[in-house]
Design a protein around this ligand. Structure first.
Ligand SMILES: Nc1ncnc2c1ncn2[C@@H]1O[C@H](COP(=O)(O)OP(=O)(O)OP(=O)(O)O)[C@@H](O)[C@H]1O
Ligand SMILES: [Mg+2]
Length: 331
């Protein structure tokens, strides 16, 4: 069997709407091993959440997975029946939704929701379940977890709700957690802190984690791997230091350049000019070409993702130091 826990191969997901076909996710491929943390980074609308939903089989009409394979522990999830998928959801793969209220029931206390989640999967009595719930809450950084157990979701701040949703996702020690960062602009430093806390739990139980964010700086110091999405496609992925130290795609390089720490004090932050393409009618060639300083005639074609698991990118005119990457991608 493959050494990967999850292999996403050439996944495409589209929405067939009244306004036309929206190409939300196009030809997305990546692999993740047990115990690894992968940051999935991209701007709003780039297809991060739809990628997560697709892995979990949660794409509903008018959406559809139009091609690709999602191999989880050797089994293609895209071929399973709804019943088989439900068993894997919440048991082996858990998702923390961008809106924590999609996970949390507003009329139940946190304790009831967590105990119910535990008892749905194993025989455990009330007081043991309550203790486990409290410990997991505490480990995700919820202060005074014992008293928070008795709270209702609306009594908690956005960051606390996200922590509770993460705690629920981790209760049954799934093999993979897909955590979508809340849109309600939480402080970047709070996000990094939550991720750092979750990292400890993930490592201790050998769980794999996909952390979805629009902000590269949240995952930069914590993830093992980084996948950068742009207009429905992964434009670059690899080990975190391979990508951050030697970005090859001009979009990734622009993202790194626009991080606050990367410009001299007093200078303006670098910005990537232009707008993302219309996903109802994406260009045939490289979707970044119209914004790219390095675009050539070749970019009217669609570049494939080239390279290896260690470092791959989708670009005809990569930036950076090719010698470095060639060393890295030698088998
Ligand atoms: N149910 C749906 N029906 C139609 N289009 C959808 C639906 N869900 C998502 N989309 C579209 O798919 C594209 C990708 O959306 P997605 O939610 O994955 O973006 P995202 O990267 O998660 O963005 P954000 O950072 O804002 O959460 C967007 O153009 C979005 O409008
Ligand atoms: Mg999203």
């Amino acid at each position: 069997m493959s050494s990967y826990l999850l292999e996403v191969r050439n996944l495409s997901t589209r929405f067939f709407t009244n306004q036309g076909t929206l190409h939300a996710v196009e030809d997305v491929s990546f692999n993740i091993r047990a115990g690894e943390i992968m940051g999935l980074v991209g701007e709003s609308g780039s297809g991060k959440s739809v990628t997560g939903f697709s892995i979990l089989g949660l794409i509903d009409k008018p959406g559809k997975i139009t091609s690709g394979e999602i191999i989880f522990k050797g089994q293609d999830l895209s071929k399973l029946s709804p019943k088989e998928l439900r068993h894997i959801q919440g048991n082996r793969i858990a998702m923390v939704f961008q809106d924590p209220m999609m996970t949390l029931n507003p009329v139940l206390r946190i304790s009831e929701q967590m105990i119910e989640a535990l008892q749905a999967h194993e025989k455990i009595n009330y007081s043991n379940a309550r203790n486990r719930a409290r410990d997991v809450l505490g480990a995700t950084g919820v202060p005074s977890p014992e008293s928070r157990l008795d709270a209702y979701p609306h009594q908690l701040s956005g960051g606390m709700r996200q922590r509770v949703a993460l705690a629920i996702a981790m209760l049954n020690k799934p093999d993979l957690i897909i955590a979508d960062e809340p849109t309600t602009a939480l402080d970047v430093s709070i996000q990094s802190q939550i991720l750092a806390e979750v990292q400890g739990l993930v490592r201790a139980s050998n769980m794999a984690l996909i952390w979805i964010t629009h902000d590269l700086s949240v995952v930069a110091g914590i993830a093992d791997r980084l996948s950068v999405m742009y207009a429905g496609r992964i434009v670059e992925n690899g080990g975190i230091s391979e990508v951050l130290d030697n970005p090859r795609h001009p979009y990734t390089s622009g993202l790194i350049g626009s991080l606050p720490g990367n410009s001299a004090p007093g200078t303006r932050l670098q910005q990537i000019r232009g707008l993302a393409p219309n996903m109802f009618n994406p260009p045939k060639g490289c979707t970044f070409a119209s914004r790219c300083d390095f675009a050539t005639a070749e970019c009217h074609n669609q570049p494939e993702l080239m390279g290896t698991h260690a470092h791959a990118f989708r670009c005809f005119n990569p930036v950076g130091n090719p010698a470095l990457t060639e060393q890295e991608i030698k088998p």
